[in-house]
Design a protein around this ligand. Structure first.
Ligand SMILES: Cc1ncc(COP(=O)(O)O)c(C=O)c1O
Length: 433
């Protein structure tokens, strides 16, 4: 970075060639502040429950992409092989595996979604579940011609809906939200009407971290007689969600982020009980049949959530998330949210202090109540800095065009870790030519 654009420290004296290294605020004192925050954190001890990273790991700031494994998961996986899979073999299907999408779904729904039993299933990937529920919703609103979505939503949501629209002859109606914020209730109200079949939005925007007003938007959609499908990938396990109280119709989400289900763990889907009878999902596999083992002619959907299952449950993929769900229950989701807010607020504070002088901007909500569990920082050099950050053991995410996404999984992330990571970012920015 050229001297003229180097930051000046409040205590330093700027020379004619710009600030010298000694005048740059590198946030050294932030480490003692972070240590105090860690000491006061009521959830700090729970970090010990996670498998440590390799010796080079300085800061894992991507728990919202892939959560870290718990020590309990190591145990659970090996016990499963030795005590369940090997001895029980195919009998396992009658001893809980077959029902696991529903039983685990109920647990996940109770602990993280505000969903009463019988409305949540664990299956498929988010992409596939999104397709199934969106397609089912459209069939339940015949004669309506439009799907509402937004241009800042995660690619898979947009791509799947493009496919659904092509398949059904439905028109896509795009909302263009402020990229550093998200979709507002007014924007939804402006485009929905009697022609709207379905609205698909994310609760927490995957880039900006903006937290949408689910109850207000859901209400608007319902007033127009349409259905709403919420993508909860970036909220499940970190932001309290009340699907039943908010009268949500449909929801999907990942389990490998804040639910620590591991790479490729299956998604969850929620369908409000009042809709289950009228919805028919399109991937009519044998496991969603009313009587899968009669293997008879013709598809007849099972009652309740089982009809939203298509194929054999991914039993092994459903193991790890159980440990995180137990930990969330132990900590309490409100306490998890409180720590998440403290961490994201701290990132904003540190970024304003040691990164803003290099031109870094916070490109997400500054009001904590409008923020999910991550913070998006923006700078033109972030793309080229990513490999160097990884080399230094600092692992955030990059999101185009120039976003450094700082993900803060509350139960595995400390304030000290955040400080060390952001100081590396500042150091690399300072080293730029
Ligand atoms: C908001 C959002 N929706 C959907 C997905 C896609 O999920 P999957 O790859 O499991 O289908 C992701 C993945 O990161 C996501 O962040």
């Amino acid at each position: 970075m050229t001297p003229s654009t180097r930051p000046t420290a409040s205590t330093g004296t700027e020379t004619s060639t710009g600030a010298t290294a000694s005048t740059i605020d590198d946030g050294t004192d932030l480490l003692s502040r972070a240590a105090a925050l860690d000491a006061a954190d009521p959830l700090a001890a729970l970090r010990e429950r996670f498998v440590p990273g390799d010796g080079d790991l300085v800061a894992y700031l991507d728990g919202n992409s892939l959560g870290r494994p718990l020590l309990a998961t190591r145990e659970r996986l090996s016990r499963f092989v030795d005590e369940v899979w090997a001895p029980r073999l195919i009998r396992g299907w009658d001893e809980g595996w077959m029902d696991s999408p529903l039983t685990l779904g109920d647990t996940l729904g109770r602990l993280t979604l505000g969903a009463a039993p019988g409305q949540t299933v664990v299956a498929d990937s988010t992409t596939v579940m999104l397709y199934k529920l969106a397609r089912a919703a459209l069939s339940a609103r015949p004669g309506r011609t439009e799907i509402v979505l937004d241009s800042e939503n995660f690619p898979t949501d947009r791509y799947v809906l493009e496919g659904v629209a092509a398949e059904t002859g439905t028109r896509l109606v795009w909302i263009d939200p402020d990229p550093s914020a998200g979709v507002t209730a007014d924007q939804v109200a402006a485009v929905t009407g009697p022609q709207t079949a379905l609205v698909v939005l994310s609760h927490v925007a995957f880039k900006s971290g903006y937290l949408a007003d689910v109850p207000a938007i859901t209400d608007i959609v319902h007033r127009d007689g349409a259905l709403v499908l919420w993508d909860l990938c970036h909220s499940a396990g970190v932001v309290p969600v009340e699907l039943d109280d908010w009268d949500v119709d449909l929801a999907v989400g990942c389990t490998y982020k804040y639910l620590n289900g591991g790479p490729g763990s299956p998604a969850f889907g929620y369908v409000a009980r009042r809709l289950q009878g009228e919805l028919r999902q399109p991937v009519q596999g044998w496991m969603g049949h009313a009587e899968p083992f009669t293997m008879g002619p013709g598809y007849r959907p099972a009652e309740g959530m089982r009809r939203f299952i298509s194929g054999t449950p991914p039993v092994v993929g459903m193991l790890a998330m159980r440990d995180m769900l137990e930990l969330i229950e132990e900590a309490g989701l409100d306490a998890v949210r409180a720590k998440s807010l403290a961490l994201t607020s701290y990132v904003v504070e540190v970024a304003d202090r040691i990164l803003a002088p290099y031109g870094v901007e916070v490109s997400g909500p500054r009001e904590p109540e409008r923020r999910g569990g991550h913070v998006m920082l923006s700078h033109p050099a972030f793309r080229e800095l990513m490999p160097r950050l990884w080399e230094r053991g600092v692992i955030p995410d990059f999101r185009p065009p120039q976003g450094l996404r700082v993900g803060l999984s509350p139960l595995s992330t400390s304030f000290t870790e955040v400080t060390l990571g952001l100081r590396e970012v500042a150091g690399l920015l300072g080293d730029l030519p």
